[in-house]
Design a protein around this ligand. Structure first.
Ligand SMILES: *Cc1c(COP(=O)(O)O)cnc(C)c1O
Length: 435
């Protein structure tokens, strides 16, 4: 009796974990993803057998179908939002050259070693030389983890227990609750606020400067615009006040960009007299997350030698990607910014026509793309999109690869400005796969 029950009990038929894991069809997955991830998938498949959803003989096939595509849960997605630097999608996508550099540097690499002499060498010298060459107005350069780290280091090294003079119009919150004044105050430096939200004059700064001043901070209000009755002194005027002027330009443009006339750039800020410029590496520069510090050689050296610099230093992967971004072909962000609107319209027209022929309610439309990443607020980049019924947005996000579209006025828009033309085929297949 008990034997009969054991034989008919479906649990008796559940293939044993070690036997499933030993199946040769799973060997490539174990090699690529590691035993632990595959084992989790096996446990989930066994549960489906238990629930009667999968036949005991189908367990290996079920595991293969359910395996994650990679050992990291981060997945590559297609950015069809029309936001070129999308913070939630990891800001700047790296260029192929930068990706290759990251791959090369991922193993053992000569990041801090001179292969000619066999002796220790300056860490990241290639990336630093490339940055210095890209901004000849900088006396020296340094790279830290992100722009927030760059600002933190300025406060720690140049204003310990002293004052940072900053306009009330520049006490900005960047995103996700990150407030620059709070960051600066967290170092123990005191913020000396001057002027008003909309107008701050040179004399406001001059009146506040004294023996306690560490530096004057200028922050680019990168994610909003105050228009109307506004004024702020030129950096050149502030630079003449006798204390270091630190300019946080935000987006990381190294030189002026014709499409973004209001976006500050490092070269212009230095030429105007900034002692130090800080910027992000993964916004308009189009590189890896990094904080760029450029300017006066003595000040950069003080920052580099501060004990906290070690806690803020970048790893070899960042250095590799940054150097390749600076020296290699234009990064995807630059390509997307410079994309010709007519070419975008032609791509959208072609894609929409192909989809319509396949029976999809798709049409090409003009669209307004944005810089994003908290940069160039109010700047609209003329773009083109494929317009689909709204329900596609959710289905496209569930695809492989996931496509993130923009929903606007009840339609799902696939904006092509931030999509690599080489990915138009992937986009087409993704839509067709939603069928
Ligand atoms: C984005 C931004 C920051 C923060 O930069 P992270 O690299 O994200 O740390 C700081 N200041 C300004 C003006 C910014 O636009």
């Amino acid at each position: 009796m008990s034997d009969v029950r054991r034989v008919t009990d479906p649990r008796r038929a559940i293939p044993r974990t070690d036997l499933v894991l030993a199946d040769p069809r799973l060997a490539p997955a174990v090699a690529a993803l590691g035993r632990s991830l595959v084992k989790t998938a096996v446990a989930e498949a066994q549960q489906r057998v238990r629930e009667g959803l999968v036949a005991p003989t189908g367990v290996v096939d079920d595991v293969l179908a359910a395996l994650p595509p990679g050992a990291s849960s981060l997945r590559p997605v297609l950015n069809a939002t029309g936001v070129v630097v999308h913070t939630n999608l990891g800001r700047a996508p790296l260029s192929r050259a930068a990706v290759a550099a990251v791959t090369d540097a991922a193993g053992c690499t000569d990041v801090e070693f001179d292969l000619a002499t066999g002796a220790r060498a300056k860490r990241g010298r290639g990336a630093l030389a490339a940055l210095a060459a890209a901004v000849p107005d900088a006396g020296d350069v340094h790279v830290v983890n992100n722009n927030a780290a760059a600002l933190l280091l300025c406060a720690l090294a140049l204003a310990p227990g002293r004052e940072i003079v900053v306009s009330r119009g520049e006490l900005v919150e960047i995103g996700d609750g990150f407030r620059i004044p709070d960051l600066m105050a967290s170092t123990g430096a005191r913020l000396r606020e001057v002027g008003t939200t909309n107008r701050t004059h040179l004399r406001d700064y001059a009146d506040a400067i004294g023996p306690d001043t560490g530096f004057v901070l200028r922050v680019h209000p990168s994610n909003f615009r105050i228009t109307g009755f506004t004024s702020a002194p030129d950096p050149a005027e502030l630079a003449g006040l006798g204390v270091p002027l630190v300019v946080d330009i935000g987006s990381g443009l190294l030189a002026p960009h014709p499409l973004l006339p209001d976006e500050p750039d490092a070269a212009s800020a230095l030429r105007a007299g900034a002692a130090l410029v800080t910027a992000s590496g993964d916004k308009l520069l189009g590189g890896p997350q990094a904080g760029l510090l450029l300017g006066d050689a003595d000040l950069v050296n003080r920052l580099r030698r501060h004990p906290a610099a070690r806690a803020l230093r970048v790893d070899k992967l960042t250095l590799a990607a940054l150097e390749a971004t600076l020296l290699g072909p234009p990064a995807p962000v630059a390509v997307a910014l410079d994309a010709d609107a007519d070419a975008l319209r032609a791509r959208a027209g072609e894609l929409a026509a192909t989809l319509a022929r396949a029976g999809v309610d798709a049409r090409a439309t003009t669209s307004a793309a944005a810089v994003g990443g908290g940069g160039a607020p109010g700047v609209e980049l003329p773009s083109a999109a494929v317009s689909l019924p709204e329900r596609y947005a959710q289905r496209l996000r569930a695809g492989r690869p996931p496509v993130v579209a923009r929903v606007e006025r009840g339609r799902c828009l696939l904006d092509l400005r931030a999509v690599d033309p080489a990915d138009d085929d992937v986009l087409r297949e993704a839509v067709l796969g939603c069928g």
